[in-house]
Every structure is written in structure tokens, then in C-alpha cells.
Design a protein around this ligand. Structure first.
Ligand code: SAH
Ligand code: SF4
Ligand code: F3S
Length: 439
């Protein structure tokens, strides 16, 4: 009797990876695999990996090592995602019990790779597709999030920021047709998804292969799909961010009032070294468009501190930008040198303690900015989409259109389920969340 085909999949990294995993799970299920919760229960163990920062590849090898004994019990291992693409066949040398190594640009070939795996083949790779024009689309996507439906609109990245691995791990930029994006949006709205999040490493460089719609027009069209109540998109790149995006947020009520616009640094000198291809003035002009919108649009960003050669003065310019923009949320990172990137050859002379110190100064200042920002919501009634419960505190948790977390109480005996929309009066504020009661 053939043993049952089961798989365990663990995902690291960004939303693109999370959504890739949804497509991988769907593909595996279609091939007759059943998902299980532990490595021990699986016949195939997969890690969908991330290599954006730190010693990411080391973490993957440690994890593989932890479970290596399972190989003797006949289990197979596969490494997917960005570490797979980055390390390639070297993975077989360091972890000979791995049978499959595939980057995201090759997932279209997963059904074929799985068949070879089942036929007993080892050292199967999907690594040669970084120059492909094709995107990975499947009707079998197994969405794991019950209320937020991810849709990829553009894969890869052609920006080659000097610190970043993504162009090497995810391949060149390729957009999906707007018709296929809209078909998928209609299909998942039909399945009951009311929030759609459009994904890409740089959604602003979206180019419809059919030439029918610009990114802003695609946003509007997704926002107008029947049943859709919220549309988000990530990530925007300041170089390609156009004014019509703000206009369309103003015009289409279902588009969330939030833009994530990573700046990385407030110093134009550093931005140049980072190959970001804009200056702080260019960035601030885009911020001024967003701030001039009729609806208040929340702004969030990513910042890297301690990039090679960042002086105390460069850092002060980042702090000045923070004070000027007054972000609603900031993701701060210490620079970490990554394989293959041009910044690897720059002298990374800033001590770890100095990087950590700068990061702390940045996050402390931002906390104060957010304290003031969030306090402005006191007394407002905001629409919150429920994401879950916090039974210990008797609270329902959810998010506003601006993407701010809200913890609220509800008079009804049965709390609203995830995916429901509730009007909440804000009765308290913190630097990172709001507190309220359902009205
Ligand atoms: N495509 C998106 C996101 C890229 S990864 C964008 O361009 O904004 C998310 C964030 O990780 C980046 O915005 C950057 O702030 C951070 N990051 C990327 N590479 C890094 C590195 N080598 N060291 C530290 N932070 C990094
Ligand atoms: Fe990396 Fe820059 Fe591309 Fe973002 S835009 S994924 S930071 S290379
Ligand atoms: Fe990580 Fe790859 Fe995403 S490096 S952040 S999983 S694009």
C-alpha cells in the first residue's frame, strides 16, 4: 500500500512569501498531498525561506539540522524561497538529505518537480528562472488568512538597491495582466473575501502586459469589484509613486487610507549610496501629495540605520525627516550585509553597538510621534475589521482602514467573528494601538 502523501510547510519572511506559500499549499493539495502540523507527521518537509537580513541562511541550516534525523525515517526535505535561490545547489553540500531546492521564480514547475521527487529523484532544483517573463498563477491557491485575500500583481524587482538581496532571489520584474488580477479579485470576493491586498516588491512599477490599466487604474478597478470593502497594496517605491495613486484613493472609498512608502534614509547622500534613485526632497514631495489628500491617509515607512558610511549627520537628517513626516508607523532595521549585493563591498565600519544605539534613538522618537498621532483618534468612531479575539482581556482585536490596531469591547454576548466590520468609538490611545467600544 502506498503511504499517504503529507507535507509540513513553514514560512518565513514577507507577505509575498506568505502568499507564495498559499499557492504552494494549493499546488501540493492538488497533487494529492495533505497538510500536517508537525515535521514528524509529514512525508515531505518544506521551508519557505527569507534572506533579507541577518544570518538568515544560517537559521535555515540550523533548522534543517534539528530535523535531520527524520531523514532516516524516510522523510524528504525541500528548501523554497529566497535562501533557496541565494544558496542554490550549495544547500545539497551542507545538507545532503535535502532533495528539492527551488526559488520562487520556478514555482510554476512545482507539479513537475513533485513528480520527480515522488519518483525517487534527489537533488531536484528550480533555480534557473530568474530571467523568466512568467508569473506563478494557480487556481488552487489555498488562502490561509480567513479575512484578507492576497493577490500578487507584480513579481521580482529591478531596482537593485545596493543593500538588498531581493532582485537576486526573486528575479526580474514581471507584471500580471490586469484582467487576470481582476478575475482573481472577483473570484475571491465571490468566496466572501472583503479585504484584498495587492502584492509586489514594488507595486508602483506595475505595467499591465495587456496595456489596459495603469497601477492606479487597477487599484480603482479592484476597489470597484462587488463585495470588496477594503483594498490595500504593498510595497510602494518613492521613485515610481505617482500622484494619480493619491487621486484614486480620494475617489474610491474602498481603497484604504494608508500608504507604506519606505524611505530608508533622510540623507540624500546615503540614498545615493543605497541606489534608491531619489533624494529626500523628491520623497517629501510625494509625502506632500499624500498629505494634501481629502481623506487623511496614514503613512508608514521602512528605515535602515547604520548603512556603510552613515555619519552622525546622515542619521540626524533621518531624524529630521521623521519629525517632518510624522509617520503613523515605522519599521526600523539595522543594516546587515547581504551576499551578492554591491553594499557588501562597502566598508561596514559602524560598530554593532552604534547601529543598535541609533535604532533605539529612532524608535524612541517615533514612539513619541505616534503617541501624539494616535491620540488624535480619541472620541472618533472608526470602522474596524475584526481579526480575532483576546479572550484574556475580553477584547475583540481588529484594524482600521489606516491599518491601526484596535482592541475593543462589545456589549453583545457573542463577539463578532473575524472578517466582520464594526463601528468602534475610540476611548483610549497608545503609541501603537487604539482602545474602544463597539457602538
Ligand atoms: N520592496 C520593498 C521591501 C523590501 S524588504 C521596498 O523596497 O520597500 C523590506 C525592508 O527591509 C526594506 O524596505 C528595507 O528597509 C529592509 N532591508 C532590506 N535589505 C536590508 C538589509 N540588507 N539590511 C537591513 N535592512 C534591509
Ligand atoms: Fe529590495 Fe530595493 Fe527592490 Fe525593495 S526596491 S525589493 S529594497 S531592491
Ligand atoms: Fe525575505 Fe525574500 Fe521576502 S528575502 S522579505 S522572503 S522577498
Amino acid at each position: 500500500m502506498a503511504t499517504e502523501k503529507t507535507f509540513y510547510l513553514e514560512t518565513f519572511g514577507c507577505q509575498m512569501n506568505a502568499h507564495d506559500s498559499e499557492k504552494v499549499i494549493g499546488t501540493l493539495r492538488h497533487q494529492g498531498y495533505r497538510q500536517v502540523e508537525t515535521e514528524e507527521d509529514a512525508s515531505l518537509i518544506l521551508y519557505n525561506t527569507c534572506s533579507i537580513r541577518d544570518k538568515a541562511e544560517q537559521k535555515v541550516f540550523n533548522r534543517l539540522n534539528d530535523y535531520k534525523k527524520l531523514h532516516k525515517a524516510g522523510k524528504r526535505f525541500g528548501v523554497l524561497g529566497c535562501v533557496a535561490q541565494q544558496e542554490g545547489a550549495k544547500i545539497f553540500e551542507r545538507a545532503p538529505y535535502v532533495s528539492l531546492v527551488s526559488g520562487s521564480a520556478s514555482y510554476r514547475k512545482l507539479p513537475e518537480m513533485l513528480m520527480r521527487l515522488e519518483a525517487g529523484e534527489n537533488r531536484i532544483t528550480g533555480l534557473d528562472d530568474r530571467q523568466t517573463d512568467e508569473t506563478f498563477e494557480t487556481e488552487y491557491t489555498a488562502r490561509q488568512n480567513p479575512y484578507r485575500g492576497y493577490i500578487t500583481i507584480i513579481e521580482g524587482c529591478d531596482k537593485f538597491c545596493s543593500y538588498c538581496v531581493v532582485p537576486y532571489t526573486r528575479g526580474k520584474e514581471r507584471s500580471r495582466t490586469s484582467s487576470s488580477v481582476l478575475d482573481e479579485a472577483r473570484r475571491i470576493a465571490g468566496d466572501g473575501y472583503t479585504e484584498i491586498q495587492l502584492l509586489g516588491q514594488n507595486v508602483n512599477s506595475y505595467r499591465d502586459p495587456e496595456g489596459k490599466r495603469s497601477f492606479a487604474e487597477l487599484l480603482a478597478a479592484v476597489g470597484e469589484v462587488g463585495g470588496v470593502r477594503r483594498v490595500r497594496f504593498t510595497t510602494s517605491h518613492p521613485r515610481d509613486f505617482t500622484r494619480d495613486i493619491v487621486d484614486v484613493i480620494d475617489a474610491v472609498p474602498t481603497l484604504c487610507d494608508h500608504v507604506h512608502l519606505p524611505v530608508q534614509s533622510g540623507s540624500s547622500r546615503l540614498l545615493k549610496l543605497m541606489a534608491r534613485d531619489y533624494t529626500s526632497d523628491w520623497y517629501l514631495e510625494r509625502v506632500s501629495w499624500i498629505k494634501a489628500a481629502r481623506r487623511p491617509i496614514a503613512l508608514s515607512t521602512d528605515i535602515i540605520v547604520g548603512f556603510p558610511g552613515e555619519t552622525a549627520d546622515d542619521f540626524i537628517q533621518t531624524m529630521d525627516l521623521l519629525a517632518q513626516v510624522q509617520y503613523d508607523c515605522v519599521f526600523g532595521f539595522k543594516y546587515s550585509a547581504r551576499p551578492n549585493t554591491p553594499a557588501l563591498t562597502m566598508i561596514d565600519s559602524i560598530p554593532e553597538t552604534e547601529k543598535a544605539g541609533r535604532l533605539q534613538v529612532l524608535l524612541d522618537r517615533q514612539r513619541e510621534i505616534q503617541r501624539v498621532n494616535y491620540a488624535k483618534h480619541l472620541g472618533q468612531v472608526l470602522e474596524v475589521m475584526v481579526e480575532g479575539q483576546n479572550p484574556a482581556r475580553g477584547q475583540v482585536v481588529g484594524r482600521t482602514s489606516q491599518n491601526k490596531p484596535v482592541n475593543f469591547t462589545c456589549a453583545q454576548p457573542i463577539a463578532p467573528a473575524p472578517g466582520n466590520y464594526v463601528q468602534v468609538r475610540i476611548t483610549g490611545t497608545h503609541p501603537n494601538s487604539l482602545v474602544g467600544e463597539a457602538v
